[in-house]
Design a binder for this molecule. Structure first.
Ligand code: TNX
Length: 513
């Protein structure tokens, strides 16, 4: 090469280096929920078509395959999964070890120039760590087609584990039915933000959505409509099992809810004998609450509840059954209390732990039972006085069905408007004066579906607020603040665009183009 050509080449190289530099500072990451501890070492790790994924235990193979599948569409790389007892010299290494501080879901990422190691005590921790890897790569990694670019991650270390053991969202499939594919889609989105519980609200006045083989009319009649009079629908037990398994592959537990004694018009319309007057009411397609009740002093009612909970327990590997218990406005308190206590015994007879909305604290609860706080400060106090744990779902902060503002096209506003910052800016441990950190099992953000008729509506109310609830549940409160969070969230809009989901582009978030 002559001298002139050399100078030209050097100039060209210099020009190229003015192009965006590959990120090398791990502390500048935009991971949500915010990791507990991050240390940067100033280099970068690069994925390429030779990168292998190594596991030190066979039980990690499916999680490794999940990672490979997630990285394939945008990179075009076929990252092969192999077993290795020792750390390889390069590639991605998923390894189980023993590190008590990390617990069951925590993980550590050790990112060197050649080797990226994910260490955890349990496969669940490896899975959570994989979500962090997805978020450390350029946002384009979520594209469905091959993108020509460098796939780098800054080097350093992340140690990360959750603040709360229960981090859930709820989907109401009773008011409007959403099918298997929509629920799976939701589970995929939840997994990205490290949620570990999906609560399915399976019955209400407007619909019964889970097949009960010993009471077939529940779905035949009770599942045949929905709010607005649409065709409704329900999950067969096989479909429910498919959802349970799909969730389990993402280390998410399904919590099924059968709401009672109120919110039961669909059941009452299906079986006249469950009504005190022996007459079945009409199916209901409106949105009022609090008008229905099972007949609490008929023996058949308890046979019904026993059958439903027995069948549900048989197909639910997770530890919890949710019995609702909210807004039973037409059940007398002196009937409500013994009803809840008897249903509680039924739940424990099938070796499940009972969860109920905060009203159930009016009854005498088993120490193992859990109250889900949504509105009543008095009930919250009852829970704490009885020494039972609480799931925090305060409607004014955590209800995904509240409108963002007065012109939001979807949602309700009885608990207020929940803009993205309002949904983020609260701490479960200080929200209610009688509920302290030690009383709290975790947090859950419910999506009631009176105004939600399809997947796109669901996405709009869920995103971007879901990311905030993920951070509240996972990240320590003292490291969280809106100004820092909104900048990280601003880079997730591109990811939502890659996924093709509908979301609310709040003007309070400085979205990146
Ligand atoms: C109250 S929250 C309800 C639901 C409604 C929701 C609408 C709770 C335990 N009960 O039946 O769908 O408000 O926001």
């Amino acid at each position: 090469m002559n001298k002139q050509a050399f100078i030209l080449l050097t100039m060209a190289a210099a020009l190229f280096s003015c192009a965006p530099k590959e990120p090398t500072d791990l502390t500048q990451n935009t991971v949500i929920p915010k990791p507990v501890l991050v240390t940067a070492t100033g280099n970068s790790f690069q994925l390429n078509d030779e990168t292998g994924i190594f596991v030190n235990r066979d039980e990690l193979s499916s999680t490794a395959a999940y990672l490979s599948e997630k990285l394939n569409p945008a990179t075009g790389f076929e990252l092969a999964v192999q077993t290795a007892d020792e750390a390889p010299t390069s590639g991605i290494f998923l390894t189980l070890g023993h590190d008590p501080e990390l617990g069951d879901e925590g993980y550590e990422l050790l990112i060197d120039k050649k080797l990226l190691t994910v260490r955890a005590n349990q496969p669940a921790g490896i899975f959570r760590g994989i979500q962090t890897i997805r978020q450390l790569l350029p946002a384009a990694i979520e594209n469905k087609t091959v993108q020509e670019m460098d796939w780098t991650i800054p080097t350093g270390t992340i140690r990360d584990f959750p603040e709360y053991e229960y981090r859930g969202t709820m989907l109401d499939v009773a008011r409007h039915f959403l099918g298997v594919d929509d629920v799976k889609h939701y589970l995929d989105l939840m997994a990205y933000y490290k949620f570990n519980v999906m609560h399915l609200h399976l019955s209400d006045d407007q619909g019964w959505r889970i097949e009960i083989k010993s009471w077939p009319k529940l779905t035949e009649i009770g599942g045949s409509t929905e709010v607005g009079g649409g065709e409704g629908g329900f999950f067969t037990q096989e479909q429910y099992t498919e959802l349970v398994n799909y969730a389990a592959e993402r280390f998410i537990t399904i919590v099924p809810e059968i709401d009672m004694p109120g919110h039961t018009n669909a059941a009452l319309a299906s079986y006249p004998e469950l009504n005190c007057d022996g007459k079945a009411p009409e199916l209901y397609t409106g949105t009022e609450v609090g008008f229905s009740t099972l007949c609490t002093d008929k023996e058949i009612t308890y046979q019904f509840v026993d059958d439903v909970i027995r069948e549900l327990a048989e197909i639910t590997p997770g530890p919890y059954i949710h019995i609702g218990g909210d807004e039973s406005h037409v059940t007398k308190l002196e009937d409500y209390i013994p009803f809840i206590e008897r249903v509680q015994d039924i739940v424990y007879s099938y070796e499940k732990t009972m969860i109920g909305w905060d009203e159930v604290t009016l009854a005498k609860l088993d120490q193992r039972s859990i109250a889900q706080y949504w509105a009543s400060a008095e009930n919250a106090k009852n829970a704490v006085d009885q020494g039972v744990k609480v799931i925090m779902s305060p409607a004014a902060k955590a209800y995904l069905d509240m409108q963002y503002d007065s012109i939001s096209p979807l949602g309700l506003h009885w608990a207020g408007y929940i803009e993205v910052d309002t949904g983020y800016n609260w701490d479960p441990a200080t929200y209610n004066e009688s509920i302290g950190r030690e009383n709290i099992l975790g947090i859950e953000a419910p999506l009631w579906t009176e105004t939600v008729t399809n997947r796109s509506d669901m996405e709009y109310l869920v995103f971007p607020r879901l990311a905030g609830y993920a951070e509240i549940g996972w990240s320590p409160a003292n490291g969280r603040n809106w100004d820092d969070y909104k900048l990280r969230l601003s880079s997730h809009g591109n990811i939502y665009d890659s996924w093709g989901i509908n979301y609310y582009r709040s003007t309070r978030v400085p979205w990146q183009e």
